[in-house]
Design a protein around this ligand. Structure first.
Ligand SMILES: C[S@@+](CC[C@H](N)C(=O)[O-])C[C@H]1O[C@@H](n2cnc3c(N)ncnc32)[C@H](O)[C@@H]1O
Length: 632
């Protein structure tokens, strides 16, 4: 069993309430099921699911967690539009890079992080379910030990090697070792009874030429394979069915006719090959098939510019193999939404979660596009009558976005830690898994700004200090807000304590440091009215101080002047019957290409009677502005 510093089972997780923030339900369907997208830390989201009826209910889990690579995953942020819209020289529209999420755990905390998630996931998995865990080879051996411990060695099914790209890495990576070009995907079940259907891929052209029909066999082209072991009865049966070819020379063996029409293709094994857009040279070494996982075409809709996006074909293989139409598929690290997209296309129900707002936005946009396509297909009747092969009917043409805790704060933890440290004069330490630095003689811990300081955080700190008996410094915990119970607990704890006193700075209310948050929100001027029986929405202006600031930070840009506000806007959504809480998407305007701009003016069917119309504008940095107006 693998152990690490601070290893502890999950005794207690708080299931915070989930708040419904957005729904996409263009047909207004009221079915039993709506797909679920959660914005929050998956530890809390999984706890919520366990507390809300999903224990043992999930049929298939795929997760692709961060890799403990110490890297920041960034997305290049650009303004929209063609030249002339933003009056900027040089690198015309780049807003630089935005951290999508950071991969900052030091060894032991990474293992504890994964351990806790895997334990919660097991609770959600159905007895006949399966879990696929996608990892980097540098961490694979640890994760495998962890999965063995949680699911049991007997439930290990495969360690899949996925070749990421048909072409090896950079020349630098090649200098002293082989270029790294594969990920590992562990496949575990919860019991020995689980859904599994073999995947087959198409034969190569070369292989197909081996199927011939010299004797006009009514079953069509076939190839001959020498018969090796068979029972006499079998032999007679095949012979009478005309499935055998007699020996070519006396004394040679009989051959079996393998008909093309009865062949399912090449059965997938645990080595998954890559195929690029120039698939020609990608026959696998046996020459029998095309490399089998199609990488998404960078120009296609499926590409989202998300740094760690996985190809749909990869997830599709997992879903086809270990789930059936209607099953619940869960991905707790949804990223750009690949799992949700594939599940939606394959008629599975899905639950996704991500801590990053950008990921939720990208996923939501991606699934909306798919649902619209499915509605169009239904309208044309192609999916109405029956399931077509592997493409069953979608279970639901709707999904809801929930928020568990408030992760809205746009700055990622890591950026926030940097800012907070700078602000408080904290000397950074990068080698300590627990503390972020020191301030004078105190150890400093920045509590993730995405949740208030809780008793659980304090208990964890207490445990940490107990594990460091020689440590005699006091501790400063910096948080954005705190639970009510914290002050009492601290006063009690700190009384008569000579060393390791814990002090808390609450950024939201602190007199000295409270200026930390001076974010100037984006604003919009929107005209909303009724005209000729329609609702007309016209966005007159949009200003994002953060975008302007970013542009001005860039030394090469003298003074940014954006002449068309639409360059700053990524998407516009409209709800024509806003209830003040949940945004019901009635119209979305997200131009597919980066050079295209949102329309800015919209006409929608007017609801009968008075209604509140809400317009949600999201800018290129992910900041949202909501403007609502009541129309009588
Ligand atoms: C490797 S990416 C997943 C990519 C995804 N498979 C795709 O195809 O786009 C990992 C994701 O996990 C998210 N993440 C990291 N820590 C998380 C946490 N504690 N809770 C929820 N999501 C988290 C990150 O924001 C990131 O989007």
């Amino acid at each position: 069993m693998l152990t690490w510093v601070g290893k502890r089972p999950l005794k207690r997780v708080t299931a915070f309430p989930a708040q419904l923030v957005e729904t996409f339900n263009p047909l207004g369907a009221k079915g039993d099921w709506q797909n679920l997208l959660f914005h929050g830390d998956n530890k809390e989201v999984l706890a919520w699911l366990l507390a809300n009826g999903f224990r043992d209910k999930v049929n298939l889990i795929y997760i692709d967690p961060p890799f403990d690579s110490g890297a920041d995953y960034v997305r290049k942020v650009q303004l929209r539009g063609a030249s002339g819209i933003a009056n900027i020289d040089g690198e015309a529209y780049s807003l630089g890079e935005q951290i999508q999420y950071t991969d900052i755990w030091a060894n032991d905390s990474y293992l504890q992080f994964m351990y806790e998630r895997v334990l919660l996931l097991k609770g959600l998995l159905a007895t006949n379910g399966a879990i696929f865990v996608h990892v980097d080879p540098r961490r694979a051996h640890h994760i495998q030990c962890l999965l063995d411990e949680v699911f049991g060695q007997d439930n290990f099914q495969n360690s899949i090697c996925w070749k990421r790209s048909p072409f090896a890495g950079s020349s630098k990576a090649r200098a002293h070792r082989y270029p790294a070009n594969h990920d590992v995907i562990f496949f575990y079940s919860k019991s020995d009874d689980f859904t599994f259907k073999h995947n087959y891929s198409e034969y190569s052209q070369e292989y197909l030429t081996r199927f011939k029909n010299p004797d006009n066999d009514p079953r069509g082209p076939y190839r001959l394979t020498l018969l090796k072991s068979y029972s006499p009865e079998r032999f007679e049966q095949w012979k009478s069915e005309g499935r055998l070819a007699s020996p070519k020379t006396p004394g040679a063996g009989w051959s079996y006719k393998q008909y093309l029409a009865e062949s399912k293709g090449v059965q997938a094994d645990d080595f998954w090959d890559a195929i690029g857009q120039n698939g020609e040279e990608l026959l696998n070494s046996a020459g029998t098939m095309w490399g089998d996982i199609n990488l998404d075409n960078p120009m296609a809709n499926a590409r989202t510019d998300y740094p760690t996006q996985k190809p749909e074909a990869l997830i599709e293989r997992v879903l086809l193999c270990c789930s059936s139409p209607g099953d619940i598929v869960l991905d707790g690290f949804i990223g750009s939404g690949t799992t949700a997209a594939v599940a939606q296309k394959l008629g599975r129900r899905w639950i996704g979660c991500d801590i990053n707002k950008g990921a939720i936005r990208v996923t939501s946009k991606r699934v909306q596009t798919i649902i619209r396509e499915q509605m169009e297909a239904q309208r044309q009747g192609s999916l109405l009558t029956a399931d077509v092969g592997e493409t069953p009917k979608p279970v639901s043409l709707a999904f809801s976005v929930y928020r568990v805790n408030d992760y809205d704060i746009a700055i990622q933890h890591n950026e926030a830690v940097n800012l907070a440290c700078e602000h408080l004069g904290v000397q950074r330490t990068r080698t300590d898994a627990c503390f972020d630095g020191t301030q004078g003689k105190k150890l400093v811990k920045i509590v993730p700004l995405t949740h208030p300081l809780t008793l659980l955080d304090l208990e964890e700190m207490e445990r940490e200090l107990k594990s460091r008996p020689k440590e005699d410094r006091d501790v400063l915990m910096v948080c954005l807000g705190k639970e009510l119970a914290v002050d009492g607990w601290l006063a009690e704890r700190n009384r008569h304590r000579p060393v390791n006193k814990i002090e808390v700075i609450e950024l939201r209310t602190d007199k000295k440091y409270g200026k930390f948050f001076t974010h100037r929100p984006a604003t919009a001027r929107v005209d909303i009215k009724r005209a000729k029986g329609k609702i007309v929405v016209e966005i007159k202006d949009f200003i994002s101080p953060s975008i302007i600031e970013r542009l001005n930070m860039d030394q090469t840009v003298f003074k940014a002047q954006i002449t068309d506000w639409r360059a700053m806007v990524d998407s516009v959504m409209i709800d024509t019957a806003y209830d003040g809480q949940v945004f019901n998407v009635a119209l979305t305007d997200v131009p597919e290409r980066k050079v295209d701009l949102v329309a800015g003016r919209y006409e929608l069917p007017a609801p009968t009677g008075p209604a509140t119309v809400a317009v949600k504008i999201t800018d290129m940095l992910g900041e949202e502005v909501l403007v609502a107006k009541r129309l009588e």
